[in-house]
Design a protein around this ligand. Sequence first.
Ligand SMILES: Cc1ncc(COP(=O)(O)O)c(C=O)c1O
Length: 385
Amino acid sequence: MAVTAKAAELKAAGHDVIGLAAGEPDFDTPQHIKQAAIRAMEQGKTKYTPADGTAELKAAICAKLKRDNGLDYTPKQVVVGNGAKQVIFNALLATLNPGDEVIVPVPYWVSYPDMVQIAEGVPVFVTATAAQGFKLQPQALEAAITPKTRWVILNSPSNPTGAGYSREQMRALCDVLLRHPHVWIMADDIYEYIVYDGFEFTTPAQLEPALYDRTLTINGVSKAYAMTGWRIGYGAGPESLMKPIASLQSHSTSNACSISQAATVEALNGPHDFLKTWVPDFQKRRDIVVEKLNAIEGIVCAKPEGAFYVFPDCSALFGKRTPAGKTITNSNELMAYYLEEALCAAVAGSAFGMEGFFRISYATSEKALHAACERMAQATAKLVS
Ligand SMILES: Cc1ncc(COP(=O)(O)O)c(C=O)c1O
């Protein structure tokens, strides 16, 4: 937050700051989806809808889950929320009793631990190291499960690392979960379509039908359809879980925007050919950033399977001094230095629970990425031991 505020301040003062912090694609929402929204307005779809989503959208979601994931859900098993964020939040609020534990793999998407705590649950952090590909290890999952465990949150491909579980890796986690029937699985699949090098996406309820009855599958249109501002996400799971989630939403925000819901029907049912250019574009950017960052002495950057983030290791730079004489001791300080010296805004790993790393979102132009990496390389070269 501090870095983002500083970036805004510098931009307002006329500095050419390159933003590498945004968790959203730089592409515009495809035209056919916008047109569907316009049509919806013209047709008067501007009123309350059922709190948990329109029948049309729920049908489109059920069809998507069948088509892409081989999963059978009925409309009663689906809740449409104001972004995937609301569905995750409501699921935790609806199910956690004080002291219930939620296993959160580290590094994590920033909101998970706070959501758990708001719901009076206890986040149980399990670190997945860079050497482990930032992927939760089956033994570590097993060791973290207690009688109080209510949920494990799995996010593949991941924010902030881009790491995606292969079938075998997901299988191994499912095998652990099969042995612990009291643990529910929250599968945050929001980056499903943004995968590279032929990576095959998989989700627990699909991979292990025996887990279907205790899995909440989360997805949404923010990332793959460049629709972050439209605020539509959804969850699918057993009716006994979806009912209280819908109830909570009904008594708080009611339905997600009726126009956005209509646009999402088109997004899910309509052509997806834009992904054929977007995903290769993202992949090219990933490759540029990974290569350029690895060329900087003191930075080691893994090549992730998906999403639009890289999570480089910068710990070798700790202990070095800036030209102003300040010693860099953590990722926050390094990001503050990059912001001031390189005019690049990225997010410190500590925000995601992992010190020694930082997150770059490469959902920006190749030109900006080249410039950003060049500037960070120069700023890094100015650090002295
Ligand atoms: C891992 C993950 N889950 C969920 C979300 C929430 O997405 P939305 O609420 O826009 O659907 C995000 C957005 O940054 C995310 O990165």
